[in-house]
Write a protein that binds this ligand. Structure first.
Ligand code: ADP
Length: 300
């Protein structure tokens, strides 16, 4: 196991930010650590990386207890903290060399060059970090996290604040880097887990509420909701006849939210039904499930 967390808790005064959680991450896995803001994700990650001590419980990284030898465990971990703190006045290359020196990386110049290539910073490598866009700063953050070739990567909300294009690029980069490493990444976005992760560990109010394969998340929350807009008035009674439908919510006379527990693609079922009944469909869209709905279905 690359990461083992056993009965881990962290108290800030009376408040349990992390409350008796247990999970492990196997070598080579990419796990998503999912939960709403304030759930305890950052606190857990800070304890795994040895930045703050645990109140109770045990953490092992590559078999070594963090409480016994956090210098050894830190060598095996690459960490991208939340909000990616960087020295904005330093040049990209200068900063990566600075970090590499701290880790006593051998053949440092060569390694920095390699990192710049790996994360796609060639064009920006001679700029000051403060000049870079948020997406490129995240690339610098990822490069500094892997410069000492750690086995384990801990990424705290690595895509927060990125625009849609940057988001896709950084996710792709994480997937690429993650092929050779164990990755634990935190997020409050459900779709991010579906896009990158093999497994998902869900935390809420400091407690673990689910630990499952990312592909099972869909099955566990098998209610599909489709927003449908028709070209004219359609009665709710008619839509109730759609095969497998479990609930119809009226938005207006021509707009409805249609719910089903069937595993078939509900958009297809609705489109076929509309065609049979001579209804013209203007919009047919699957509604994204909110994290709240996922929690509800996982904890009921
Ligand atoms: P997340 O990363 O999931 O958003 P955090 O781990 O940052 O959640 O926070 C979990 C809880 O612990 C929150 O209620 C937060 O206010 C509290 N907390 C975090 N850091 C501290 C601190 N240094 N002192 C007191 N409370 C804290």
């Amino acid at each position: 196991m690359s990461i083992e967390v056993k009965n881990l808790s962290k108290y800030y005064g009376e408040q349990a930010a992390v409350n008796d959680i247990t999970f492990s991450v196997g070598k080579g896995e990419i796990i998503g650590f999912l939960g709403p803001n304030g759930a305890g994700k950052s606190t857990t990650m800070k304890m795994i990386t040895g930045f703050i001590p645990a109140t109770q419980g045990e953490i092992k990284v590559c078999g070594i207890p963090v409480s016994v030898d956090s210098i050894e465990t830190r060598k095996r971990i690459g960490y991208l903290p939340e909000n990616n703190p960087l020295y904005l006045d330093m040049y990209v290359k200068e900063y990566l060399e600075f970090v590499g020196k701290i880790y006593k990386v051998k053949n440092l110049k060569e390694r920095v060059k390699e990192m710049i290539q790996l994360v796609g910073l060639e064009i920006e490598q001679n700029k000051k970090i403060g000049m870079l866009s948020k997406g490129y700063r995240q690339r610098v953050g990822l490069a500094q996290a892997i410069i000492h070739n750690p086995d384990v990567l801990i990424l705290d909300e690595p895509t927060s604040g990125l625009d849609p294009n940057q988001l896709v690029e950084i996710r792709e980069l994480i997937r690429r880097i993650g092929k050779e490493k164990t990755v634990m990444l935190s997020t409050h976005i459900l779709q991010e887990v579906e896009a990158i992760c093999d497994r998902v560990v869900i935390i809420r109010q400091g407690k673990l509420v689910a630990d499952n394969l990312a592909s099972n998340l869909q099955v566990e929350t098998d209610t599909q909701v489709v927003y449908a807009e028709f070209d004219g008035i359609v009665s709710k009674n008619l839509l109730q006849k759609i095969p497998g439908v479990s609930k119809i919510e009226r938005v207006s006379d021509s707009k409805y939210l249609i719910e089903s527990q069937s595993l078939d693609d509900l958009r297809k079922t609705v489109a076929q039904f509309a065609q049979k009944n001579n209804l013209l469909v203007l919009t047919l869209r699957t509604e994204e499930k909110s994290l709240e709905e996922v929690f509800k279905s996982l904890t009921k």
